[in-house]
Design a binder for this molecule. Structure first.
Ligand code: 5RP
Length: 235
């Protein structure tokens, strides 16, 4: 399945493979979104096909659902599964307290709901995603389309009031049009450079009318599996 891989893809693959080994027969598993999570889904598909692993997967996006079906994983909605044993997902950044920025792939809303409804969340990432403090990666905030420009103005005013360094916000595009998430919303990316108090930022953002959810995952992740380009893995 892995074939000849670039160092970055090898790092993602080995992290995904190690996390797949944490999945046990009969588990209900949240399936993340993104290129690293796609490796995980392929690894689990192989275990289902070749080793007789029986799992129920709850995908966090339409893209992941499609891939899971392709590789033969039985999928359920979150409401069918109700509660999950484990969610495995990628991340855009993680810090030493295992706080994350997610949503680079536009699926943060379902990802946060699914991870929160799980006994454990395991993040799979290449070493480059590890940071001293979160915020170099633009923080995704999902907003409803109605009045999104007003929501954007409110967000920027809030950033000024919080005296954060970077205050630029941009609408995520998909070609010439605003990106539309699986839930029919838009994403504003916040270019903050550095987030001092992640807990406060997450709370404040979610109080702004029009904001559905933000990409800060605080106290949700339990373990990070880090992959390296030479095939080494750290848990
Ligand atoms: C999608 C996500 C992804 O997990 C995150 O963007 C990492 O993606 P990749 O594994 O492709 O680097 O949060 O919303």
């Amino acid at each position: 399945m892995a074939g000849e891989l670039s160092p970055i893809d090898r790092a993602k693959f080995v992290a995904a493979k190690r996390a797949a080994d944490m999945v046990e027969d009969g588990m209900r598993v949240g399936l993340g979104t993104g290129s690293t999570a796609a490796w995980l889904v392929r690894c689990l598909g192989e275990m289902v096909q070749n080793d007789g692993l029986r799992i129920k997967g709850v995908p966090t996006s339409s893209r992941t659902a499609e891939l899971a079906r392709e590789v033969g994983i039985e999928i359920q909605t979150l409401d069918e599964a109700k509660w999950l044993d484990l969610t495995i997902d990628g991340a855009d950044e993680f810090d030493r307290d295992l706080n994350l920025i997610k949503g680079g792939g536009g699926a943060l809303l379902q990802e946060k709901i699914v991870a929160t409804a799980s006994d454990r969340m395991v993040v799979i990432a290449d070493k480059a995603k590890e940071v001293e403090s979160l915020g170099a990666f633009p923080l995704p905030v999902e907003v409803i389309p109605f009045g999104w420009q007003t929501t954007q103005a409110l967000l920027e005013e809030t950033l000024v009031a919080m005296e954060v360094m970077g205050r630029k916000t941009t609408l995520r595009m998909n070609g010439d049009a605003a990106l539309v998430t699986d839930e029919g919303n838009h994403i504003l990316d916040l270019h903050l450079n550095r987030i001092g108090n992640v807990r406060q930022m997450a709370l404040v953002l979610n109080q702004i009318p029009g904001v559905v959810e933000n990409g800060l995952f605080i106290d949700i992740c339990d373990t990070v599996v880090v992959g390296y380009g030479d095939g080494k893995v750290e848990v």
